[in-house]
Design a protein around this ligand. Structure first.
Ligand code: ZEM
Length: 363
């Protein structure tokens, strides 16, 4: 609750950044008869001798009930194969609402919210993309499998994947790859960030599609490494800086990355604080028995990774950091655009960008 209250308080004290028209999607349910055929087939398999007559009854029922009846059957029935279900925007909003509800309920974690680790899951699922080979990216959700789940960069993300399991169980028709990215969109919105337009279309792939280790950034490295990694995904300097603003959220965990602490004082609220503190604070090397990281001179309680410091050491990066530190609206808008791009890297959509959904944030 604390996180949500803080997030709402923040929203109240902040001018609206921008407004978005809800995307309208034309997809409708597939012909309900397909679903009934599937359940009829299952009837054959499990009920052997009686199958024929029950099928006859079923088909008579279909004829009588028509499309509307089939609709309700689809809505309520777990027995309907997910293959035959063509979800609409409203169905995805239900998934969004379920994630938002779980975020509001499950506050006994970290700083009071699973939101930050969901953002990190969506980012690590997507940030494996390689524009040269077209491999990696959110399509596939291959982090479900070793070796990708065991890659050092993904330590701790099982927490986020497990958090989403009950959602997957409730909406079995959604792919893990769509679910993880939708959760990334939901978390940013629920934590007070910009709306993140999102569209479905990702398909889960098997272990063979796992990406090699080393595609995600190494926090102990400098600006050259950061550029190499993000240029490989197809981002420019301004986009890279906007993305790193997500470090307003969450914290580093000694048992995950080895680093320790939050970047700012409101780690469950999406703000431009990462940039403001980066330029306004004096950052000094922390004296501790751990990897090199930086701490703020004023309180000694906040944290910057060596890779975060690269964003003020490098002049081309710093220019954007200063702009976002001063202009929260510019950051929110640019973050929305680049995070949408990140979550869509390498996904073979059949829909168009204008078909994206804008989800309603919870009250
Ligand atoms: Zn992060 N990130 N990240 N990041 N990140 C951590 C945590 C979080 C880097 C990095 O090494 C680390 C982006 C870019 C980069 C989030 C989102 C995004 C942690 C701490 C490390 C070490 C992990 C831990 O111990 O739990 C580096 C080097 C980056 C680029 C140079 C981008 C881009 C992100 C999203 C758009 C978030 C939300 C967290 C906090 C996770 C949590 O559990 O609280």
């Amino acid at each position: 609750m604390a996180a949500r209250t803080a997030s709402r308080a923040f929203l109240r004290s902040t001018p609206a950044t921008s407004s978005f028209r809800p995307a309208v999607r034309s997809t409708r349910f597939a012909l309900p008869t397909q679903a009934f055929r599937a359940s009829a087939r299952r009837g054959y398999a499990s009920e052997a001798g009686e199958a024929k007559s029950s099928n006859t009854l079923l088909w008579a029922g279909v004829a009588l009930a028509g499309g509307a009846g089939a609709y309700f059957y689809l809505q309520g029935g777990d027995s309907v194969s997910s293959k035959n279900f063509v979800p609409t925007k409203e169905d995805y909003q239900k998934v969004y609402d379920e994630i938002a509800r779980r975020l509001a309920d499950e506050t006994d974690y970290d700083d009071g919210s699973y939101g930050p680790v969901l953002v990190r899951l969506a980012w690590h699922a997507s940030g494996t993309y390689d524009k040269e080979t077209g491999t990696g990216g959110s399509n596939g959700a291959t982090m479900r499998f070793a070796p990708e789940s065991d890659h050092g960069a993904n330590a701790g993300l099982k927490v986020a994947r497990d958090f989403l399991e009950p959602v997957k169980a409730k909406f079995p028709w959604i792919s893990y790859s769509d679910l993880w990215t939708l959760a990334g969109s939901c978390a940013v919105q629920e934590l007070g960030g910009p709306t993140i337009p999102w569209r479905p279309g990702r398909e889960d792939r098997d272990v063979a599609a796992c990406t090699p280790d080393g595609r995600l950034p190494d926090a102990s490295k400098d600006h050259q490494h950061v550029r190499d990694i993000f240029y490989r995904m197809g981002f420019n300097d301004q986009e890279i800086v906007a993305l790193i603003g997500a470090h307003a959220l969450g914290r580093a965990h000694p048992d995950r990355s080895g680093f320790d602490g939050p970047w700012n004082f409101s780690p469950t609220v999406f703000t431009n604080e990462f940039f403001r503190l980066l330029v306004d604070e004096k950052w000094q090397q922390r004296k501790w028995n751990g990897p090199t990281q930086f701490t703020d001179k004023t309180t000694g309680t906040l944290m910057m990774l060596p890779a975060d410091m690269a964003f003020i050491k490098d002049k081309a990066f710093k220019k954007h950091v200063e702009r976002y530190a001063r202009d929260s609206d510019a950051f929110f808008n640019d973050f929305r655009d680049v995070y949408v791009k990140l979550l869509e890297l390498g996904v073979p959509f059949t829909s168009k960008p204008e078909d994206r959904f804008v989800f309603k944030t919870s009250e």
